[in-house]
Write a protein that binds this ligand. Structure first.
Ligand code: ZN
Length: 392
């Protein structure tokens, strides 16, 4: 129907993570948008700006078996299972295909909303509509359908996935929900993100469609469809289906800057405040002392430094020379893994570092942020290995 190979993300909020500005959005790209550092893209808001992706990484950890149930840590913020409002956020995320923590190298503040794309020739528009949904529960929307289909064969009634299924099928679409869509109007294909803004007494929704082309005029009775990017089973993709029918068109225009909370642009929780720490003297330096590029290097060093440190310690082990003769030796494998991690960060760091202004010797990096609150540590917790997931 439309081209899914290109990169297309609608940026909908901005936050602060690891002392840097990052953006969050909704993906309209293929299954895995390529967000490699150094890739040049266009940001289309009120005007078009060419920018470059930069590397950004956060920690995500899952803690099981705390006195408050499971807990997630993301960017130093903790969510416990007994906080239903926060916990529920994970449910719609299977539908909206969120892209978190996009960072741009160039020093630009992007007015929101805006599309990020490979293409220079987008003409973003917001169209106010009244739509009639073709689905009656969240469980019928997008990726949730694939999720549910994959549960059918194997689910046990008491399993957490079966519970999630029940919950998705029992929840009606409501205002505030955002869904990526595509449509053809007057033979012209286009894609966009539909925001349900208000449920009317007649069961239809007032909605805003943020789409990529002002020329794609939307008529009454246009069908907005959904092509889930998720496989039901291996090699079996979901088929597109009708999501909503346009009942009337109330008006359309180019993107205007939104006050957060009035349209699709929302507020996002900032990441935890990680202290900027010297690796030699241990002193803490305030973030205000550094510019944007320095803060980015300080952040990179907080990922890079532990590997450097471990490499130094591994090199001090006399047996490592022998261990290297056997590729299956744990010490050899560890050493190879450490070297790989170092090789990953080196091109990003490019020999740059920020030296501590207090001792003039140590390299600055981010120290530990907040930990799991003491109350949650009353009984031992098991922790999956910290796998900082990569975002660019
Ligand atoms: Zn120092």
């Amino acid at each position: 129907m439309t081209d899914h190979d290109g990169l297309l993300i609608l940026l909908t909020s901005r936050s602060h993570s690891r002392h840097q500005t990052v953006y969050h959005g909704i993906s309209l790209s293929g299954p895995e948008p390529k967000l490699d550092a150094g890739r040049r893209v266009w940001v289309h808001g009120q005007s078009a700006v060419e920018v470059e992706f930069a590397f950004h990484q956060i920690t995500t950890r899952r803690f099981s078996d705390t006195p408050r149930g499971c807990a997630y840590e993301e960017d130093g913020n903790f969510t416990f299972e007994d906080e239903p409002q926060k916990w529920r956020k994970s449910m719609p995320s299977c539908i909206t295909e969120p892209v978190n923590y996009l960072k741009f190298r160039d020093s630009v503040e992007i007015p929101l909303p805006a599309f990020v794309s490979d293409r220079r020739d987008l003409h973003p528009a917001a169209t106010n509509l009244v739509v009639n949904l073709c689905v009656s529960s969240v469980g019928e929307l997008g990726e949730a359908r694939a999720e549910l289909d994959s549960l059918q064969d194997t689910s046990l009634n008491h399993s957490p996935r079966a519970q999630a299924r029940k919950q998705l099928l029992a929840t009606s679409p409501s205002s505030g929900m955002v869904i990526p869509v595509e449509y053809i109007s007057r033979g012209h294909p286009d894609v966009g993100v539909l925001l349900l803004s208000e449920l009317r007494p007649d069961g239809c929704f007032r909605a805003i469609l943020y789409h990529t082309d002002t020329a794609a005029t939307i008529d009454m009775n246009t069908i907005l469809s959904r092509w889930p990017r998720r496989m039901i089973r291996i090699y079996e993709w979901q088929k597109p289906y009708d999501l909503a029918r346009v009942v009337s068109v109330l008006g359309s225009g180019p993107f205007t800057v939104e006050v957060p909370g009035t349209g699709i642009v929302g507020a996002c929780e900032d990441g935890a405040k990680f202290p900027i720490e010297c690796s030699a003297c241990g002193s803490i330096v305030p973030a205000a002392a550094f510019d944007r590029e320095q803060l980015s290097i300080i952040d990179l060093w907080s990922w890079y430094y532990p590997w450097l440190d471990e490499q130094t310690r591994l090199l001090e082990i006399p047996d490592l020379q022998d261990a290297e003769k056997s590729t299956t030796h744990p010490l050899f494998r560890r050493s190879r893994f450490v070297n790989e991690r170092i090789a990953f960060y080196e091109p990003l760091i490019r020999d740059r570092c920020v030296i501590c202004p207090n001792c003039g010797a140590g390299v600055l990096r981010l120290g530990d942020g907040p930990r799991v609150p003491k109350s949650a540590l009353a009984k031992p917790i098991t922790q999956t290995p910290s796998s900082g997931h990569r975002r660019s």
